[in-house]
Design a protein around this ligand. Sequence first.
Ligand SMILES: [Zn+2]
Length: 401
Amino acid sequence: MLLIKNAAQLITLEGGIRTENYDLRIIDNGAVLIEGERIIDVGTTAELKGSAELEIDASGKVVMPGFVDPHTHLVFAGTRENELYMKLQGKTYLEILKMGGGILRTVRATRAASKDALRAELRGRLNYMLRNGTTTAEAKSGYGLNFETELKLLDVINESAHPIDLVPTFLGAHAIPPEFKDSGEYIEYMKELIPKLAPHAKFIDIFCEESVFNSEESREYLLTGKKYGLTPKIHADEICDIGCTSTAVEVGAISADHLVKTTDESIDNMKNTGIIAVFLPATPYMLLSKEYARAQKFIEAEIPIALATDLNPNAYTESMQMVISLAITQMRMLPEQAIAASTINAAAAIGLENEIGSIERGKQADIIVLDAKNYQQIGYHFGVNLVEKVIKKGAVVWSRD
Ligand SMILES: [Zn+2]
């Protein structure tokens, strides 16, 4: 058995997904008792002391659930730092895409990459993630846009042998590849691929956006996925609100992600549907935009919110701490909202809230120890990695020393 003791703050996040009350359920001078892969007791150090042969002293530290990153494009070849120059000249995302850059450039590099090369890329990113405190992540395909490469990407995700657990999402409808004449023709092709690729994924996702896939195409594609056992997710309202959140509601999506341009009316329409609003502030940040999702509007509507990195060649970060910092400074989320959005609510955005995302009896022991006196220092003490230890399924898998 393993006991983590003396935590200045043990952030338990007990009590399930947060919608209105963002109380983090903190235990001062807290302790967690772990047996095997599971948490078996949670309390104060005085209550639990002497109960285990192995101990971790977390004096002066914050102990909390490992971060859950519910939206990443983890597997790709080639990077796009060259596009920084275009962005600095004022080119927009869609302009860069039309010039053959953006996603399509990554698709070319990823199609050409071997499975081994992609595995190595993935491993490198997962190592960064783990050191920065992420213990579970969602990972999307979507840089193949044909059967062979989409399957290759899902295989690389499913075969990942790394302490971080990955949940696979099929994102065949990420962009329109040059060999198709329009989005309609490509969606027809995707609908043929879904039955073949569905056994390799848990979720299905689409880039619903002006001049990419419209809300009607998204509806057909996501419903086809649902028919083959996949749960819908949607990239919505990143650049324009073209009604993608209505599609999300209609198809029963687990989450709608981005939501920078979501109108008041669309937010209203998402109320009481259970859909989780996943915000990705690293993306506008790297697009040099000043416009972020209006987090407080969603919170006022009691729509559950989550945060994710959106890790991809445009917004290249593995750090949920960076995302939390952006959420607070750019989206004006309260620190407790940002923490809940990166743990229990993020777990719910990938359907795992009963297994991970909080420190409670019976849950998987995915826990991080941070060099912070209190949770408000996460995001406030920024640009550095505060994580000192990462415990995954009850075992210390990374330690700063
Ligand atoms: Zn994305």
